[in-house]
Design a binder for this molecule. Structure first.
Ligand SMILES: NC(=O)C1=CN([C@@H]2O[C@H](COP(=O)(O)OP(=O)(O)OC[C@H]3O[C@@H](n4cnc5c(N)ncnc54)[C@H](O)[C@@H]3O)[C@@H](O)[C@H]2O)C=CC1
Ligand SMILES: O=P(O)(O)OC[C@H]1O[C@](O)(CO)[C@@H](O)[C@@H]1O
Length: 380
């Protein structure tokens, strides 16, 4: 059994690659980072070190690596004969990996469909990938040669310390929820995956709790001048901010998906404990990375805030978190720099629609304009 995985970064090696290896797949990593691919190609194994309660080390073996920037034909051949394709490249990169998958489907000769699963922090990332593959195929009939399934991935894998090589340090917790209906009873065997009938409650609960909470801490911590996530969460004002935000997303999730309120509160507490894990230093600039993506319409702040506003509730904590996100500046993060240029040069109303996709007629618009004006006055 063979799986081709795009993106040999933190989640690629420390989560998806490990789970596929444990399921018995030969994993072929595809990445554009030449030194990483060369190192993987030369290595026979790498170690995933867990930290925290019940931690253990996992040795990953039996993998190969292909540079997807320079060896496209070999990669297409690998995918054409693979059982599974996964990605962990970032939602904005899916459009670049889609043409290779399209070419592989055109060349595919086996009867068994290719399972395609995007493992990104985005609602229905596999549907987004499928859309790009559909645009790239010469004949849409070849899409029938694949099964596209959405997934939700949860494991905190921070940037790795210098000198770590291919080894990855991760938290013990993980969840890979995959929707089962697209496979019509013939899902691949992946023992560590959590198969679900309906992914919507899982992905929204994960994105609007783990990711909304984590990003809130990162932006508030950044404003407070703190570098590490656990130090940020130790500040009483950051703790209150994240709890207020998660109370708002909890109200939405409970009302929308019928989640049990006590169970959701327990989920929140568990997640706050994960964020506070001092064994896993994680930087606020990593967790806050790409603020334009994080402030977009279907993402962790605007999506829940818009739904709450539509139901007549003012999401004041989420709006404040958006206000702190607007002030996130990290020299290595192009999106944060672009956002600052826009804040200095655009009208607040125009910026709101450009960044968040929220139009003036929407009930959230006024609150967002207020936050933008506040950020503009503070950064002027
Ligand atoms: N790190 C984490 O804790 C978590 C990350 N995620 C999601 O996983 C995805 C990956 O995140 P990380 O692993 O943290 O990022 P990362 O930056 O460590 O890894 C991304 C990898 O993708 C590669 N890449 C970029 N363009 C490519 C292309 N065109 N073809 C092939 N490879 C390409 C990069 O070279 C890099 O090695 C993101 O969508 C993120 O939201 C989800 C849950 C947890
Ligand atoms: O910032 P991104 O790319 O959405 O992904 C990183 C986020 O995903 C997480 O792993 C949570 O699943 C956190 O570490 C972090 O908040």
């Amino acid at each position: 059994m063979k799986a081709v995985h795009f993106g040999a970064g933190n989640i690629g090696r420390g989560f998806v690659g490990l789970i596929l290896h444990r399921a018995g797949y030969e994993v072929v990593f595809a990445d554009v980072a030449a030194p990483l691919i060369d190192a993987l190609d030369a290595a026979e194994s790498y170690v995933v070190h867990e930290v925290g309660e019940g931690a253990r080390d996992h040795v990953v073996t039996g993998f190969r690596a292909i540079n997807s920037a320079t060896n496209e034909s070999a990669l297409i051949a690998e995918i054409a004969s693979a059982d599974i394709v996964t990605t962990a490249v970032g939602p904005g990169i899916l459009k670049f990996v889609a043409p290779v998958i399209a070419r592989a489907l055109e060349q595919r000769e086996t009867d068994a469909p290719l399972a395609v699963m995007a493992c990104e922090n985005a609602i229905n990332a596999t549907d987004i990938l499928r859309g790009h593959v559909a645009e790239a195929v010469s004949d849409r009939a070849v899409l029938e040669r694949a099964v596209f399934a959405n997934t939700a991935v949860d494991r905190i894998v921070p940037a790795q310390p210098e000198g770590a090589g291919l080894d990855v340090t991760v938290e013990t917790y993980f969840e890979w929820a995959i929707e089962s209906p697209p496979f019509a009873g013939a899902a691949p065997v992946i023992p560590d995956a959590h198969w679900v009938e309906d992914l919507a409650p899982y992905i929204e609960r994960k994105l609007f709790t783990v990711n909304t909470g984590h990003a809130t801490i990162a932006y508030a911590g950044h404003l407070a001048g703190v570098e590490l996530v656990y130090d940020a969460l130790a500040l009483p004002e950051v703790d209150s901010a994240v709890r207020a935000v998660l109370a708002e997303t909890k109200a939405l999730l409970v009302a929308k998906h019928g989640l049990d309120a006590d169970e959701q509160q327990a989920y929140i507490e568990r997640i706050l404990t994960r964020f506070a894990n001092t064994a896993l230093p994680d930087r606020v600039d990593r967790v806050g990375r790409q603020p334009l993506r994080k402030l977009s319409r279907d993402e962790r702040f605007i999506s829940p805030a818009a739904e709450l506003a539509e139901s007549g509730t003012e999401p004041s904590a989420l709006l404040s978190a958006v206000g702190t996100a607007l002030r996130f500046v990290s020299p290595d993060d192009e999106q944060s720099l672009e956002l600052q240029v826009w804040l200095g040069s655009m009208e607040a109303e125009q910026l709101v629609t450009r960044v968040t996709g929220i139009e003036p007629s929407h009930p959230l618009f006024g609150g967002l304009v207020r936050e933008v004006k506040l950020a503009q006055s503070r950064t002027a």
